[in-house]
Design a binder for this molecule. Structure first.
Ligand SMILES: Nc1ncnc2c1ncn2[C@@H]1O[C@H](COP(=O)(O)OP(=O)(O)O)[C@@H](O)[C@H]1O
Ligand SMILES: [Mg+2]
Length: 797
């Protein structure tokens, strides 16, 4: 352009507004681009005439009409080189780059047709008429149009999914367009069809015809895309899986880099993806994990959903989907391990060895599920650990005490805030293998709640028919539990839900005698507590007599849990003194205990309590082993009534009533002062223990306590008794002899009165108890009062 031309241009532009009337449009010819109504496009302006037109439009705030050139080669198109139908657009932005390029960002508004071109201006101007593209369809055809529009939405959405480079918003935009005409134009504008085809669509003003044409073109494109994808898939399959991963990953990295997105997230996703590959998941889980990872990749990493999904993937990759430890059953080794870890328990160890032997002979068979039943601290958990050690497997524990929601076992669905897998899957992860020994502790404490029944979830866990596809709600995928070695524990057999109990082989542990406890302490507990308190064996010794005193006077339990605690307390005391530099080593003897552990807690309790008339020592069976129980009777002014206090069940109340009736009936024989009931009530109190007591077996002790009270004789200390009474004075058999006699022995009792018909149960009583306790079998209460109170009764009249 010369100086003078520029001047002319300038002048012309100055004058232009006067000559462009309202039905005229500044026209920009474009080469490879069809602008549709409703769409926004950037347009580069390269030609002088176009630049002049654009600048004039910007200056005068006019709209611009875009017309496609019939041939892109033509540098200076005249009216005949242009199509006649185009789109008028508003200018959103006009951008001049540093490098001297000019861009318009325009928004298409309406179709127009050129009526004629105006000459004599430095840019193109045409007189136009606007085309009503949104002609309201007749009611009859409106549903037809709607159906076509819906169809386009469907096809377009599918096509977008197949187009890897299509922006995600596009699909949303298409879904939300309401006007069928706008929809057709939107789809037409992003479709990668020839420019001429686009121009044809622009010229198709009739809505129905345009929708049809868009459908047709889109359908063709979709087919091509599908085919392309198929070919890609086939080629991809041909490439080795690994290679493909590397390839795709590299591509992804490149794309990221170009987008300036490479950063921590990319790194994280890559690591997760590798972790998924390494986790050896079953196919279904693998696919799901990969799919979710893709989803994760697209999420903003600050969102709550991101961290939820992230946690889920973490769980997935950390689970030992395929990790199996090799199970080795060497019976000799198993024996050794069991003996190393536990003193005594011979019968139990034998049962465990049998169990292992069967497992060894028939590895594919279904081993029964062992259930250890017994009071706390008798070694149930540690036996489970030994079994794991003997098998060379990991050990994990799930505590079921107080579990009353199915979700605690099975997990919450991952859509819940803070959801996690259930405790079975959690334990498996902790174990790190798919075949640990899994101890389900306190299965008898399982609650039944409103939120689904945990027992039935547990049944599924333990059922060999189902547990290879155990479905945790959080994972949402089956996990194979069939190789897990399940062991359960309980305090009370009766409290285990029936169907669960049927699945299990019950092994009962009853509790230890004093001697056994001393042995266990000597061989295991002291050593363990030395270690736990950082002491060397030569720094502290606890004499056997001291251990015995601890058992006898500082603990009262069936197991050895408190014993271990007390030994720990003793050794901590020693450790502190050594640390202070006061001493270098200490031997703790029985005499030292008072200073370290304080006054004996259970000293002579029996002797002390029974030193007044009216107190008899009974024996009770509780879920945590046997226990002794003091029945206290006193006399208060009244008229022969019975007052009961303490924690007594109904059966126990009845048996108190029976005891009183019997005493009244036999009062003459017993030598009870006549008329005593006329001015006094008797009050029987059973001290509340931790566990409420019930049952008829305290009848004999109640009778004895009342007789003691009313005759003024004290019960011989060191005598305890159990048995039901009949109104005729017979002593009837009761249960729990073994636990009761062990408890009596533990409490220092040396004579136990038992119903004659319980004689056969003596077999069950450990030898060490039989060695030290005298058992007297009684048919009638006469023998009881003879043994307990030294009363000689005349033969019944
Ligand atoms: N027969 C035994 N020999 C050695 N240690 C024992 C024996 N019985 C119990 N223990 C120890 O007593 C403690 C409590 O036992 P634990 O297994 O926790 O009891 P439970 O599970 O029955 O409540 C553990 O340290 C355990 O090793
Ligand atoms: Mg335990």
């Amino acid at each position: 352009m010369t100086e003078s031309e520029r001047d002319i241009d300038h002048t012309a532009a100055e004058q232009a507004p006067a000559r462009i009337s309202d039905d005229m449009l500044i026209i920009l010819p474009v080469r490879n681009l069809v602008l549709f109504p409703g769409t926004v496009l950037p347009v580069a302006i390269n030609r002088e005439r176009s630049l002049a037109g654009a600048q004039e439009a910007v200056r005068a705030e006019r709209k611009i009409g875009f017309l496609l050139q019939k041939s892109p080669e033509i540098q200076n198109p005249g009216p005949d080189d242009l199509y006649r139908i185009g789109t008028v657009a508003g200018i959103l932005r006009y951008v001049t780059g540093h490098d001297g390029t000019h861009h318009l960002v325009v928004q298409g508004e309406r179709r127009f047709r050129v009526l004629d071109f105006q000459n004599g201006l430095p840019f193109m101007v045409a007189r136009v008429e606007y085309l009503a593209d949104e002609a309201q369809p007749a009611a009859a055809s409106s549903s037809e149009i709607e159906a076509r529009a819906l169809n386009i939405k469907r096809i377009a959405t599918e096509a977008i999914q197949l187009l890897p480079q299509a922006p995600a918003e596009l699909a949303n935009a298409i879904q939300s367009v309401e006007s069928p005409s706008a929809l057709a134009d939107l789809v037409a504008s992003f479709m990668d069809i020839k420019t001429v085809e686009k121009q044809q669509l622009l010229e198709t003003v009739d809505l129905k015809a345009r929708l049809e044409r868009v459908t047709e073109l889109m359908g063709k494109r979709l087919e091509v895309l599908r085919l392309q994808r198929e070919i890609e898939d086939q080629t991809r399959e041909a490439i080795d899986e690994r290679q493909k991963e590397v390839l795709l990953r590299e591509q992804l990295r490149q794309i990221r880099k170009q987008l300036g997105e490479e950063g921590e997230t990319g790194e994280e996703i890559r690591e997760l993806s590798e972790a998924i590959d390494k986790a050896e998941m079953p196919q279904e889980a693998y696919e799901q994990a990969k799919k979710e990872l893709k989803r994760l990749e697209r999420m903003p990493d600050a969102s709550a959903e991101y961290s939820m999904l992230r946690t889920w993937i973490d769980w997935m990759v950390q689970l030992p989907w395929s990790r199996l430890d090799e199970e080795t059953i060497d019976i000799e080794k198993a024996r050794r391990v069991l003996d190393e870890d536990h003193y005594g328990l011979d019968k139990i160890k034998r049962r465990i060895i049998e169990y292992l032997a069967v497992r060894k002979l028939n590895p594919e068979g279904r081993s029964p599920i062992l259930c250890f039943v017994g009071p706390p601290g008798v070694g149930k958990t540690s036996l489970g650990q030994s079994i794991a050690r003997a098998l060379g497997l990991k050990f994990a524990r799930v505590s079921l005490g107080g579990v009353h929601d199915e979700a605690e076992i099975r997990g919450h669905r991952r859509t819940y805030i803070g959801a996690l897998p259930g405790n079975i899957v959690q334990a498996i992860r902790k174990a790190g293998t798919r075949n640990p020994v899994l101890m389900l502790d306190e299965i008898d404490k399982l609650g039944a709640g409103i939120q689904g029944d945990p027992a039935s979830a547990l049944l599924e866990v333990l059922d060999p028919e189902q547990n290879n596809t155990f479905r945790d709600n959080y994972l949402g995928l089956p996990f194979d539990l069939s190789k897990v070695v399940f062991i359960t524990t309980a305090n009370v057999l009766d409290a285990i839900p029936g169907p669960l109990r049927d699945r299990m082989e019950v092994i009962e542990l009853t509790g230890y005698t004093e001697d056994e406890k001393v042995e266990i302490a000597k061989r295991y507990l002291v050593r363990r507590q030395l270690e736990a308190n950082g002491l060397k064996a030569e720094q502290a010794t606890v004499t056997e007599e001291a251990l015995r005193q601890i058992v006898r006077h500082y603990t009262r339990e069936a197991g050895v849990r408190n014993l271990e605690r007390q030994i720990g307390a003793v050794l901590r005391h020693v450790a502190v003194r050594i640390a202070e530099g006061a001493i270098e080593r200490q031997t703790v003897d029985a005499d030292d205990l008072h200073a370290i552990l304080g006054a004996p807690r259970f000293e002579n309790e029996v002797a002390m309590r029974t030193s007044v008339p009216g107190v008899a020592t009974g024996l009770a069976w509780t879920p945590v082993g046997g226990d002794i129980l003091f029945i206290e009777a006193t006399r208060v002014p009244g008229s022969g009534k019975l007052i009961l206090t303490g924690q007594l069940g109904d059966v126990m109340k009845e048996s108190a009533q029976a005891a009183l009736s019997l005493v009244k009936a036999q009062s003459t024989r017993l030598g009870i002062e006549p008329g005593i009931f006329e001015n006094s009530d008797v009050h029987i109190h059973v001290p509340a223990g931790a566990i409420p007591k019930d049952g008829p077996s305290a009848g004999v002790a109640m009778f004895t306590a009342l007789t003691s009270l009313l005759t003024g004789r004290t019960v011989h200390s060191g005598v305890a008794m159990t048995g039901e009474i009949s109104l005729r004075g017979l002593v009837l058999p009761v249960g729990g002899i073994k636990e009761k006699t062990i408890a009596a022995h533990r409490a220092g009792i040396r004579k136990v009165l038992l119903p004659a018909r319980n004689r056969k149960d003596l077999e069950e009583v450990p030898q060490s108890v039989r060695d030290e306790v005298e058992f007297v079998f009684c048919e009638r209460v006469d023998e009881v009062v003879h043994e307990a109170l030294g009363l000689e009764l005349a033969t019944a009249a």
